[in-house]
Design a protein around this ligand. Structure first.
Ligand code: FES
Length: 117
Protein backbone atom coordinates (compact mmCIF):
# COMPACT_ATOMS: atom_id res chain seq x y z
CA UNK A 1 0.00 0.00 0.00
CA UNK A 2 1.30 3.45 -0.90
CA UNK A 3 1.94 6.23 1.54
CA UNK A 4 -1.10 8.27 2.42
CA UNK A 5 -1.03 12.01 2.01
CA UNK A 6 -2.87 14.62 4.01
CA UNK A 7 -5.47 16.25 1.78
CA UNK A 8 -7.01 18.71 4.20
CA UNK A 9 -6.94 19.87 7.76
CA UNK A 10 -10.28 21.38 8.76
CA UNK A 11 -11.00 23.03 12.11
CA UNK A 12 -13.83 21.18 13.84
CA UNK A 13 -15.65 24.39 14.73
CA UNK A 14 -15.67 25.35 11.03
CA UNK A 15 -17.66 22.21 10.22
CA UNK A 16 -20.53 21.92 12.71
CA UNK A 17 -22.76 18.84 12.86
CA UNK A 18 -24.85 18.57 9.70
CA UNK A 19 -22.41 20.64 7.65
CA UNK A 20 -20.71 19.62 4.40
CA UNK A 21 -17.57 20.91 2.78
CA UNK A 22 -15.99 20.43 -0.62
CA UNK A 23 -12.26 19.83 -0.59
CA UNK A 24 -10.32 20.31 -3.78
CA UNK A 25 -7.06 18.40 -3.88
CA UNK A 26 -6.40 17.40 -7.50
CA UNK A 27 -7.01 14.79 -8.67
CA UNK A 28 -9.31 14.32 -5.68
CA UNK A 29 -12.56 16.11 -4.98
CA UNK A 30 -13.70 15.13 -1.54
CA UNK A 31 -16.96 15.74 0.29
CA UNK A 32 -16.33 16.07 4.03
CA UNK A 33 -19.39 15.73 6.26
CA UNK A 34 -19.89 16.06 9.99
CA UNK A 35 -22.59 13.69 11.23
CA UNK A 36 -23.17 14.37 14.89
CA UNK A 37 -19.50 14.97 15.54
CA UNK A 38 -18.27 12.06 13.44
CA UNK A 39 -16.51 13.01 10.20
CA UNK A 40 -16.99 11.12 6.94
CA UNK A 41 -15.35 11.69 3.57
CA UNK A 42 -16.52 10.42 0.21
CA UNK A 43 -15.73 11.28 -3.38
CA UNK A 44 -17.46 14.58 -4.13
CA UNK A 45 -17.78 13.82 -7.83
CA UNK A 46 -20.99 11.88 -8.41
CA UNK A 47 -20.08 8.79 -10.40
CA UNK A 48 -23.36 8.99 -12.32
CA UNK A 49 -22.57 12.06 -14.40
CA UNK A 50 -19.97 14.09 -12.55
CA UNK A 51 -21.98 16.59 -10.53
CA UNK A 52 -20.51 17.88 -7.27
CA UNK A 53 -22.33 16.25 -4.34
CA UNK A 54 -21.34 19.13 -2.06
CA UNK A 55 -23.80 21.26 -4.05
CA UNK A 56 -26.56 18.87 -3.02
CA UNK A 57 -28.56 18.44 0.13
CA UNK A 58 -27.72 16.48 3.24
CA UNK A 59 -30.64 14.57 4.77
CA UNK A 60 -29.38 12.82 7.86
CA UNK A 61 -26.65 10.46 6.69
CA UNK A 62 -27.67 10.73 3.05
CA UNK A 63 -26.57 13.23 0.44
CA UNK A 64 -28.83 13.95 -2.52
CA UNK A 65 -27.06 14.75 -5.79
CA UNK A 66 -28.37 18.05 -7.19
CA UNK A 67 -28.25 16.86 -10.80
CA UNK A 68 -30.56 13.85 -10.95
CA UNK A 69 -31.47 13.21 -7.32
CA UNK A 70 -29.45 10.06 -6.75
CA UNK A 71 -28.93 9.43 -3.04
CA UNK A 72 -25.71 8.19 -1.39
CA UNK A 73 -24.98 7.22 2.21
CA UNK A 74 -22.07 9.43 3.29
CA UNK A 75 -20.98 6.88 5.93
CA UNK A 76 -20.30 4.15 3.39
CA UNK A 77 -20.49 5.75 -0.05
CA UNK A 78 -23.24 3.28 -0.97
CA UNK A 79 -25.84 4.23 -3.54
CA UNK A 80 -29.20 4.24 -1.75
CA UNK A 81 -31.49 5.32 -4.55
CA UNK A 82 -31.93 4.26 -7.26
CA UNK A 83 -30.30 1.02 -6.18
CA UNK A 84 -28.26 -0.70 -8.85
CA UNK A 85 -28.30 2.14 -11.36
CA UNK A 86 -25.04 3.68 -10.28
CA UNK A 87 -21.78 2.66 -8.59
CA UNK A 88 -21.04 3.47 -4.98
CA UNK A 89 -18.90 6.50 -4.20
CA UNK A 90 -15.33 5.98 -3.02
CA UNK A 91 -14.72 6.76 0.63
CA UNK A 92 -11.61 8.37 2.07
CA UNK A 93 -9.84 8.08 5.39
CA UNK A 94 -10.70 10.87 7.82
CA UNK A 95 -9.73 11.19 11.47
CA UNK A 96 -10.29 13.57 14.37
CA UNK A 97 -7.17 14.94 15.97
CA UNK A 98 -7.44 17.61 18.63
CA UNK A 99 -9.63 20.35 17.24
CA UNK A 100 -9.15 19.32 13.61
CA UNK A 101 -10.48 16.82 11.13
CA UNK A 102 -7.75 15.34 8.98
CA UNK A 103 -8.62 13.99 5.53
CA UNK A 104 -6.24 11.66 3.68
CA UNK A 105 -6.01 10.65 0.05
CA UNK A 106 -6.15 7.03 1.12
CA UNK A 107 -9.18 5.42 -0.50
CA UNK A 108 -10.58 3.03 2.07
CA UNK A 109 -13.45 1.68 0.04
CA UNK A 110 -14.05 1.05 -3.61
CA UNK A 111 -17.36 -0.62 -4.15
CA UNK A 112 -19.45 -1.43 -7.14
CA UNK A 113 -23.20 -1.65 -6.98
CA UNK A 114 -23.76 -3.03 -10.42
CA UNK A 115 -24.26 -1.83 -13.94
CA UNK A 116 -24.96 1.82 -14.65
CA UNK A 117 -28.19 2.80 -16.30
S1 FES B 1 -24.80 13.40 -11.69
FE1 FES B 1 -25.38 12.79 -9.71
S2 FES B 1 -27.28 11.81 -9.99
FE2 FES B 1 -26.67 12.33 -11.98
Amino acid sequence: MGERKLVARVKRDELPPGAMRHIDYPPFHVLLVNLGGVPYAIDDTCNHAGESLSRGELNGCQVVCPAHGYVFDVRTGHIVEPAGLCDDQRTFEVTSEGDHYLVYDHVIQVLGAGPKA
